[in-house]
Write a protein that binds this ligand. Structure first.
Ligand code: NAD
Length: 168
């Protein structure tokens, strides 16, 4: 049984994350997906709750064909203890997948193998770019799985982002 760990903020979950997870699904028996910064929501850079992100990911991966767990993980103030914190909240895993330099560094220092998957269309497949498009009324729907569009409609997510970005 080989289990891989993949962590992200997923604000929102997009086609880049989806492509990475489809790739990971061919390499491991099970995937543990950590929703980082789980405590954050209703902010311009972090508009969606951990529960909403659970829905986006779970529905997006409905046809993945590899068992997975989606677990919210709150941030802690000590980076040096973060890997132990993650391990205390997740099923045991054998390796970590990330291209985030801090995440890579912390897992390597903890003696855990890290693989950095290729980036897919990084200029447009990025949470920052998708939130920018949502705020400016530009097309973003082609950058996320269709199930994520459904979740965002259900929670009125784009309207929330616009409201919280307004100045009083
Ligand atoms: P993210 O959603 O930006 O990205 C998740 C992963 O997807 C990353 O590995 C990223 O490189 C990859 N990715 C992004 N766009 C891609 C694309 N187009 N193609 C392929 N891959 C793509 O999330 P993140 O910022 O990496 O999340 C790390 C989380 O870990 C954060 O929530 C952070 O707060 C948390 N963290 C917490 C601590 C702490 O609490 N002390 C320490 C380190 C990290």
């Amino acid at each position: 049984m080989k289990r891989g760990f993949y962590v992200g903020r997923f604000q929102p979950y997009h086609n880049g994350h989806q492509s990475v997870l489809e790739h990971i699904a061919h390499e491991v028996d099970e995937i543990v997906i950590g929703i980082g910064s789980a405590q954050l929501s209703h902010m311009v850079d972090n508009p969606f709750t951990a529960g909403e992100r659970v829905l986006m990911i779970t529905r997006g991966l409905a046809k993945l064909g590899c068992p997975f767990y989606v677990l919210p993980i709150e941030d802690i103030k000590r980076n040096a203890l973060w890997v132990a914190h993650v391990q205390s909240m997740t099923p045991r895993f054998d390796l970590c997948y990330s291209s985030n330099p801090l995440v890579v560094q912390l897992f390597k220092e903890a003696g855990i193998e890290v693989l950095s998957p290729a980036m897919y269309e990084r200029e447009i497949l990025s949470g920052t770019e998708i939130r920018r498009r949502m705020l400016n009324g530009e097309i973003w729907e082609n950058l996320v799985p269709s199930s994520v569009i459904d979740v965002l409609k259900e929670i009125d997510g784009v309207e929330r982002l616009r409201e919280i970005s307004r100045k009083d």
